[in-house]
Design a protein around this ligand. Structure first.
Ligand code: ATP
Ligand code: MG
Length: 443
């Protein structure tokens, strides 16, 4: 027989690097961001679309581009049942795929979709940069702009401002379409070729295939080489120029300030014409200050086999938004009731009261631990409850319970038969227990 080894302690399993748990207290802040986003999106006529988290790898390779960082090194791809699949790194390609698959273009000339959900990119984790992160985004199909481009930027600003984020800067550019990009590519190649040796290894490799990408590089060597590069806005053709001017005019009409940033190209290949980013000036974000990025992708729907359909979209990074929001008053909680079953015989009565309170829409928690009264009251205080119901065996024998108003430090005896109605009306009238601060909305 083998000698018996003492079992080794189990290795602690941890969340995958770059992927975060969001516990309930933190999740409350997320709900606020998500509900503001949903409400603002609905204000502009958007409806939610939910697409699968996994798509065919080919969708992303073709749309995002073979030489993009995302496709080259960041995708979580795998094979299952003979299919090459990828956990989505972004939401636009899947939305456009669904748009084509369901023949939506033939049903309505314009569709406005929004989505919320996790995205996956195997990047180097840093503050505001994770491997699983959440995006909220909108896609507008069927409107060639330029007015809707500006309105989409306004939508983003409205979300961010409603969340209390100040010091936002809008950066815009145009990538042109068709010929413009070919002409700009040539101009950029002419500028960068003599500097080939000064570029990062990645950029040296990509120069011929995709010189635009070098403008988006975060490597200081590439930044130096592209400093004096020609500007794309100088090579726009007449139609692209008119479109870009139209975006600027609509932004002016909306009173939105913006910076024209001719080096803004962004990391995904599918963009055409309008590009934009919104940066938040939050010290905590460091290099990850871009909270929102978007642009036009007028060719994607057609390239997926759909009819020619202009489109524009954006995505905002929820983790970065939460950092930019900083410390804010805790979200309002509805008044809740803590039921302390003091005395064994009181448990059934407490369970019935709790059940009826929940029927009446009041949050409550039953404490049937048979703990000491002091411990139960302490826990009631820290639970954030507005009211505590205490029932000992002798009180129940008299047909009453004690109701404590935890904020007012007052208590009264209430008849068992009346306690549910009494608490439902008190809870409805009571201000939130955790915070008496108003929900922060402003600009
Ligand atoms: P960056 O230049 O910061 O890498 P990106 O251009 O790759 O951003 P997009 O693909 O346009 O970003 O995504 C839109 C937004 O999603 C970003 O502005 C950012 O707020 C957020 N985002 C992108 N990648 C990450 C990530 N790895 N972790 C957290 N948020 C992210
Ligand atoms: Mg990136």
């Amino acid at each position: 027989m083998n000698p018996v080894h003492p079992p080794s302690p189990p290795a602690k399993l941890r969340a995958v690097r770059g992927m975060n748990d969001i516990l309930p207290e933190e999740a409350r802040k997320w709900h606020r961001v998500e509900s503001v986003f949903r409400r603002v999106a609905e204000l502009y006529g958007y409806g939610e679309v939910r697409t699968p988290v996994i798509e065919d790898t080919a969708l992303f390779v073709r749309q995002i581009g073979e030489t993009s960082d995302v496709v080259e090194k960041e995708m979580y791809s795998f094979e299952r049942h003979g299919d090459a699949l990828t956990v989505r790194p972004e939401g636009t390609a899947g939305a456009a795929r669904a748009f084509v698959e369901h023949g939506v273009a033939s049903k309505a000339p314009i569709s406005r979709w929004y989505y919320l959900g996790p995205m996956f990119r195997g990047e180097r984790p840093a503050k505001g940069r994770y491997r699983q992160f959440y995006q909220a985004g909108c896609e507008l199909f069927g409107d060639p702009g330029p007015v809707c481009d500006a309105e989409m930027i306004e939508l983003c600003l409205r979300v961010l401002r409603e969340l209390g984020i100040r010091d936002l800067t809008v950066h815009i550019n145009s990538l042109g379409s068709g010929d413009t990009r070919v002409r700009y590519r040539d101009a950029l190649l002419t500028h960068l070729k003599p500097k080939l040796a000064e570029l990062s290894e990645d950029s040296q490799r990509r120069l011929e295939k995709n010189p635009l990408r070098i403008l988006d590089s975060k490597d200081p060597r590439d930044r130096a080489a592209s400093e004096t590069a020609p500007s794309i806005v100088d090579v726009l053709d007449e139609a692209d120029r008119a479109h870009f001017d139209g975006v600027c005019a609509a932004l002016d009409a909306l009173g939105i300030e913006y910076v024209i940033d001719p080096k803004l190209v962004r990391g995904l290949d599918y963009y055409t014409r309008t590009l934009f980013e919104i940066k938040a000036d939050a010290a905590d974000l460091g290099a990850q200050s871009t909270v929102c990025g978007g642009g036009r992708y007028d060719e994607m729907v057609e390239s997926l086999g759909g009819p020619k359909t202009p489109a524009i979209g954006f995505a905002m990074g929820l983790e970065r938004i939460l950092v930019a929001m900083g410390e804010q008053p805790p979200p309002e909680q509805p008044a809740s009731v803590y039921l302390a079953a003091f005395g064994k015989g009181s448990v059934p009565a407490m369970l019935r009261i709790a059940s009826k309170l929940r029927d009446g829409g009041v949050n409550c928690e039953v404490d049937a631990r048979e703990a000491k009264l002091k411990a139960m009251l302490k826990r009631a205080g820290s639970s954030g409850a507005a009211f505590c119901v205490i029932a000992g065996d002798d009180e129940l024998a008299r047909g009453v319970v004690t109701v404590k108003d935890l904020a007012a430090h007052a208590q009264e005896e209430v008849r068992l038969d009346d306690v549910v109605e009494h608490l439902v009306s008190k809870a409805k009238a009571s201000p939130p227990a955790l915070s008496n601060l108003p929900g922060e909305v402003g600009r």
